[in-house]
Design a protein around this ligand. Structure first.
Ligand code: MN
Length: 215
């Protein structure tokens, strides 16, 4: 299984590109509907990629890894912040979804139980944080500066890397992610997210984060 880093490394050295999904648009039905997937990937994510490339054109930052840009976001324009965050967040998000339902696993499972009291307790706290995020944004499970797991939220397309955190699980709580099916019911959307969350990929992201933290 590819880590997020590997997915994004393929883009280094040139223009950013819309990544292919690791499943078909209708593979997550009936949990996430095909119409939402198509709109979200081909319109919203493609838009972030196009605008990011436009913002970076003619600057010395062409070809820089997206992680480096996001970690040093204070040096960039608001356009790079919005669209670079949008590109990274959505790439992480698509790779955290799967039509092949699986269960919490590995080091991440053990750590979630230790820190949150149990998997269900973690899921409930994550959903609660997502519901409380006012307006458009994301809810995250991150590894924080101390190397510990923490639930956070960000506004717009801000990303944990901008705050010295490493993202493990991220859920898009912009209305464009769920409005066609769930209307204004964000709670229903967060419920759906956990039905198709790829826990194996989440564990891969966690193991990668522990590795990065040691460097
Ligand atoms: Mn989105």
């Amino acid at each position: 299984m590819k880590s997020l880093k590997e997915f994004l490394e393929m883009e280094d050295g040139g223009q950013f590109e819309l990544p292919q999904l690791p499943y078909e648009y209708n593979d997550l039905e009936p949990v996430i509907d095909e119409a939402t997937m198509i709109e979200h990937h081909t319109k919203h994510h493609q838009g972030y990629v196009n605008k990011l490339n436009g913002e970076l054109e003619g600057t010395p930052y062409i070809g820089k890894p997206i992680q480096e840009i996001l970690k040093n976001i204070e040096s960039f324009s608001q356009g790079v912040r919005n669209n670079g965050g949008g590109h990274y967040n959505h790439t992480l998000f698509w790779n955290l979804l799967t039509p092949n339902k699986n269960e919490p696993t590995g080091k991440l499972k053990i750590k979630l139980i230790t820190e949150f009291g149990g998997i269900d307790d973690f899921i409930n706290q994550f959903k609660e944080a997502g519901l409380k995020r006012f307006g458009s944004g994301w809810v995250w499970l991150v590894v924080n500066e101390e190397g510990e797991l923490e639930i956070t939220t960000t506004v717009n397309q801000d990303n944990p890397l901008m705050f010295g955190h490493y993202p493990i699980i991220g859920c898009d709580v912009w209305e464009h992610a769920y409005y066609l099916k769930h209307k204004s019911n964000r709670g229903g959307w967060l419920e759906s997210f956990f039905q198709v969350l790829d826990w194996e990929q989440a564990n891969t992201n966690y193991v990668q984060a522990l590795h990065e933290n040691k460097q």
